[in-house]
Design a binder for this molecule. Structure first.
Ligand SMILES: Cc1cc2nc3c(=O)[nH]c(=O)nc-3n(C[C@H](O)[C@H](O)[C@H](O)COP(=O)(O)OP(=O)(O)OC[C@H]3O[C@@H](n4cnc5c(N)ncnc54)[C@H](O)[C@@H]3O)c2cc1C
Length: 478
């Protein structure tokens, strides 16, 4: 059997049986080719629109396998793609004809209580981290869906329920073990390769394969105050205005998001929300749970709720509370986002109107409240540059039938274009589009003043751009 793989020069290489056997001999883990049993299952990612047709999948068991896979790719001039949790909306971890370095088996989490840090392997998902850290009443800021990968989310910034009190996931990254394009392992920390640590804090997967992350931990929970109040979409403008006025003066312990969704007629849900378009106010208070419920109470009184799930909840339950809406390998997904300098009345009316006209029940129009600890970090202190906007608008197209792709993609694109009058130029790269649209990926505007330094760090650690299946930064020349 032979396999065709993309080369870094842009051509195609034929990998013979002999070459593939050489890779199998080098690594200590399974290597799957398209004809092997299990190949289709191992390709599964969140976005069913981008299943990807990798040339080979190296299903890594540990750092040694990653080193061998990178060296094999280097020796054969192959393009690699790296997969952590497989949640890239743009399909960045599912490139056709690439050598896929799959980190899913590498999901260990070790908590060091004395040092208040967690060591997390490169293929872990947030559910793995929350489970281990919450055993000790600790947490690090992660995402809001438990099977999103730690790697992609952290490397791209990382917004979750703790963002206003404790900042971004990348802000808690204190060190990392990285396999570089040269196949060498480096530590990135404040004391060693500090430029690499700076770049990993928001610069994406451009600088190598992160095999271990070390995160600082905060005391959280184990019970936190949670608000999840579902209002009818007919009340959207009133509810979103009330939410905006509340969050504009809320303390940093409060992180709240407003989203629109149409829930299915699930017998486990109250009939009042069956097939109803809802505006949902979700919020967490990162502090005493009882006090938090009092502080969050106004968010439950913004209209006439159809359903109210608000209550003190285990933090792990909050962190997996939205999982059912995001099943892997089922949704066709196309998302776009932009930061807003303010949420004016006109912007609220726009969001409310778009919430009502969504073309698919699982399509979300979200507004995230930012600020707090995110904005406390100077723009140049980490690669992540988008810190000053108080709101982020995210238009998340999710639908199931591929026949509806064109209609849904067009709606997201049009809505995104129309929203330009309310936003600034910045986009959140973890919530963007499609790998086929590099010109629109927004790398320049997302990194802003940090782009030049990022290009220099890229040139130092990956001069030939081996790691290009990402929101790619062109290595600085000369
Ligand atoms: C259902 C869903 C919920 C989400 N919720 C949130 C949220 O709450 N907050 C938020 O900020 N974002 C969220 N996102 C967006 C998410 O942050 C990005 O999709 C992110 O890229 C996912 O990371 P991953 O490891 O799962 O992705 P992957 O698809 O595995 O990888 C994404 C990118 O990271 C690179 N990469 C992956 N692992 C490594 C590694 N170990 N070393 C180097 N590079 C690597 C890949 O090559 C690729 O370029 C969500 C996405 C989905 C689909």
């Amino acid at each position: 059997m032979t396999v065709t793989a993309t080369t870094v020069q842009g051509g195609l290489a034929t990998l013979t049986d002999e070459i593939i056997s050489e890779l199998r001999d080098r690594v200590g883990c399974p290597v799957l080719a398209p004809e092997d049993p299990g190949f289709d299952a191992i390709r599964e990612v969140y976005n069913a629109m981008h299943p990807g047709e990798p040339a080979l999948v190296v299903s890594c068991s540990g750092t040694a396998d990653v080193i061998d896979a990178v060296r094999f790719a280097r020796d054969n001039g192959l393009v690699v793609s790296v997969r952590g949790g497989g949640h890239s909306i743009a399909g960045l971890s599912a490139s056709d004809n690439a050598l896929l370095i799959d980190l899913a088996p590498m999901h260990a989490v070790q908590v060091d209580r004395a040092a208040r840090v967690a060591r997390v392997q490169g293929g872990a998902v947030w559910g793995d981290v929350d489970r281990e850290t919450q055993a000790f009443g600790l947490a690090t800021p992660g995402g809001v869906v438990s099977d999103t990968g730690v790697a992609g989310l952290t490397l791209g910034g990382g917004y979750g329920w703790l963002r206003r009190q404790h900042g971004l996931a990348c802000d808690h990254l204190v060190s990392a073990e990285v396999v570089g394009a040269d196949g060498r392992v480096r530590t990135a920390s404040e004391n060693e390769n500090a430029d690499l640590l700076w770049a990993l804090r928001g610069g994406g997967g451009n600088f190598g394969v992160v095999t271990w992350f070390t995160f600082a931990l905060e005391e959280i929970g184990p019970t936190v105050a949670f608000v999840g109040t579902f209002y009818p979409v007919a009340e959207a403008a009133q509810v979103i205005r009330g939410w905006r006025d509340y969050v504009n003066v809320a303390p940093n312990e409060v992180t709240a998001t407003c989203l629109t969704i149409t829930l299915p007629a699930d017998p486990e849900l109250p009939e009042a929300v069956h097939d109803q378009a809802c505006v949902v106010i979700g919020g967490v208070y990162a502090g005493d749970a009882e006090r938090g419920m009092d502080i969050l109470q106004p968010l439950r009184e913004l209209g006439t709720p159809l359903m109210d799930m608000s209550q003190p909840m285990p933090f792990t339950a909050v962190q997996s509370g939205f999982d059912a809406f995001f099943p892997r390998n089922t949704m066709q997904a196309y998302w776009k986002s932009r930061y807003l300098s303010e949420l004016s009345d006109a912007a609220v009316d726009f969001v409310a109107a778009k919430a009502a006209e969504r073309p698919s029940p699982m399509t979300l129009v979200n507004v995230f409240h930012m600020g707090g600890a995110i904005a406390d970090v100077p723009v140049g202190a980490t690669a992540f540059a988008q810190r000053s906007s108080p709101f982020l608008l995210s238009i998340d197209g999710n639908w199931t039938d591929p026949a509806d792709n064109d209609r849904n993609i067009a709606w997201v694109r049009d809505t995104f274009a129309e929203s330009a009058r309310f936003g600034n130029d910045g986009v959140y790269l973890n919530f963007t589009g499609s790998a086929e649209e590099p010109a629109e990926s927004g790398v320049d505007s997302a990194f802003g003043a940090n782009l030049r330094r990022l290009a220099e760090v890229k040139a130092k650690y990956d001069p030939t751009n081996v790691f290009r299946a990402n929101n790619n930064i062109t290595p600085a020349s000369g």
